[in-house]
Design a protein around this ligand. Structure first.
Ligand code: PNS
Length: 157
């Protein structure tokens, strides 16, 4: 069993994220889904709300824990005894954004990053687009876990 960390904003968690969590759990056995706090960004959901939503939708997946932190990701990985960071890659834009962080994390702490390609039918899904469409009255409930879609509508629509 290898402990890995899936970090992100998850504001809110999408079916694309959930697919990555499941596959990471299948591959590594012990996955900490970690909501990373960004004090410069006011989220749609609080950190605790995001954690609760993730915990609820992951309740039936063995090997997944949910946590949050503020600080350097590599410090958190070290504290948790995690050997790698798992990131979903949707496209080349994600790759360009993620690669320097992966190199930096490896450079400063020898923490590796494993990239998993997102499910092709979900490769256009992002939390920010789901928020925008919901805010403007559109329906993205097929792209989010049911409980999350309901919470997002209640918050934004
Ligand atoms: O979902 P996001 O917003 O794309 O996630 C990015 C996140 C939070 C994983 C990244 O910004 C991060 O790792 N932040 C923690 C602070 C840190 O370690 N910064 C140095 C990165 S090399």
């Amino acid at each position: 069993m290898t402990t890995v960390v899936c970090p992100g904003s998850f504001d809110p968690v999408t079916l694309g994220h959930l697919d990555i969590f499941r596959r990471a759990a299948d591959l590594f056995g012990d996955v900490i889904v970690c909501v990373v706090a960004n004090p410069n960004k006011q989220g749609t959901f609080t950190i605790d709300e995001r954690k609760e939503m993730i915990a609820a939708v992951c309740a039936d997946i063995p090997g997944i824990r949910v946590d949050s932190f503020y600080g350097l990701l590599v410090d958190y990985c070290r504290e948790q005894g995690a050997t790698a960071v798992i990131k979903g890659l949707r496209d080349s834009t994600d790759y360009d954004y993620e690669l320097p962080m992966a190199h930096m994390n490896r450079s400063i702490a020898e923490v590796d990053t494993v990239f998993l390609p997102t499910r092709s039918d979900l490769s256009f899904v992002s939390s920010s687009l789901c928020r925008e469409v919901t805010r403007l009255g559109g329906d993205v409930s097929h792209l989010l876990p049911d409980s999350v879609a309901t919470a997002l509508k209640a918050r934004l629509a």
